[in-house]
Design a protein around this ligand. Structure first.
Ligand code: COA
Length: 334
């Protein structure tokens, strides 16, 4: 008999972030390509980003570090974890999944896991997915990791993309919450595959497996039509954030924090404006890390954790390649 578990709420019970030490500044980039600190700052809001320099380390190592911190903060052992979902667009390799590698590295012997691919929206897609495993009653402790080593797929001769991305990882723990009002309350997640051509990496998959030619053509790097992506992102992220507020009867002043994907400060500002959320209630760390893809939102939560209060209304919002986009409404639970 299938039990009806629909009353189990999922809450975030701990957060952690991890970024590599190396700081790649706008000034250093301006010695590599024809750009300037002024251009990057005014167009994107980014001042510096972190880069994982050690060639022996990859996305799973950053994810492992974030998960280690998470477990220590919550005071639980890795063996207690039921599920690890890794949101990433830069898996260590196509298989095994990065979730398997992280589980092995942290010693999560009793967990199952998988990777989730939704580019810059992957963390919120994975968070929603993880929450469903809690609310079904199947899992009691779910870790959602957002980790990306973007430097492994960035062409550092292409000024249009190399200024934007950075490396990093963040992780949250999901657990059941008895208080029906706390935890993850609502989500709206969307995709539109017609947008796929504007932001993609065409090499290395089953359509264009690696050859000398794919390497020569730069097909193992990110391709981005920045203008088109910007136009969609600015509209869709605001649309979905407004929609989730409306259907939960939230006004701008009810939102304690907007936690936006950190792609471009102008996209973040436009979203906050449409939601009528004051700028001092918007988590912004893009100047420090750039766009770390699946890691931006958990890195924000980690940076702001000590400012968050129980019952705070948070709206998480993201947009990414695919196109993918969405928003999650949650009430902070600790
Ligand atoms: N430094 C200096 N000049 C640059 C540059 C750089 N790093 N990158 C581009 N330029 C130039 C362009 O060549 C262009 O020159 P031209 O007018 O002589 O042709 C000019 O700056 C304007 O380029 P444009 O692409 O119109 O700039 P923009 O204002 O759209 O900003 C992005 C470019 C990439 C910052 C912006 O489009 C963006 O943020 N897009 C969304 C990216 C994103 O969110 N991606 C991840 C998805 S989650």
């Amino acid at each position: 008999m299938i039990k009806n578990h629909k009353n189990i709420n999922a809450k975030i019970s701990a957060v952690a972030g991890w970024v590599p030490d190396y700081v790649l500044t706008n000034n250093e980039l301006s010695q590599m390509v024809d750009t300037s600190d002024e251009w990057i700052t005014t167009r994107t809001g980014i001042k510096e980003r972190r880069i994982l320099k050690d060639p022996l380390l990859a996305t799973s190592d950053m994810g492992k570090n974030a998960v280690d911190v998470l477990l220590e903060k919550r005071g639980i052992s890795a063996e207690e974890i039921d599920l690890i979902i890794c949101a990433t667009v830069t898996p260590d390799m196509l298989f095994p999944s990065t979730a398997c590698l992280i589980a092995n590295k942290v010693g999560a012997k009793n967990a199952f896991g998988f990777d989730l691919s939704a580019a810059c929206s992957a963390f919120i897609f994975a968070l929603d997915c993880g929450a469903k495993y809690i609310s079904s009653g199947q899992c009691k402790k779910v870790i959602v990791v957002g980790a990306d080593k973007m430097s492994s797929i960035v062409d550092y001769t292409d000024r249009q993309t190399c200024v934007i991305f950075g490396d990093g990882a963040g992780a949250v723990l999901l657990e059941p919450e008895e208080d029906q009002l706390l935890g993850i309350r609502d989500s709206i997640l969307k995709i539109d595959g017609a947008g796929g051509e504007y932001l993609k990496m065409i090499g290395g998959g089953s359509l264009n497996p690696a050859t000398m030619n794919t390497v020569k053509m730069g097909h193992h790097y990110i391709y981005q039509d920045g203008k088109t992506v910007f136009k969609f992102a600015v509209t869709k992220m605001a649309d979905v954030s407004e929609e989730i507020m409306k259907r939960n009867n939230l006004k701008g002043e009810d939102v304690a924090w907007l936690v936006p994907h950190q792609a471009n400060l102008r996209i973040i500002d436009a979203t906050a404006k449409r939601m009528s959320v004051d700028t001092d209630k918007v988590m912004v760390n893009i100047h420090k890390y750039g766009n770390t893809t699946a890691a931006t939102i958990p890195l924000c939560l980690s940076d702001w954790e000590n400012k968050l209060k129980k019952n705070d209304n948070l709206i998480l919002a993201a947009f990414g390649g695919g196109f993918t986009w969405g928003a999650i409404y949650l009430k902070w639970a600790y």
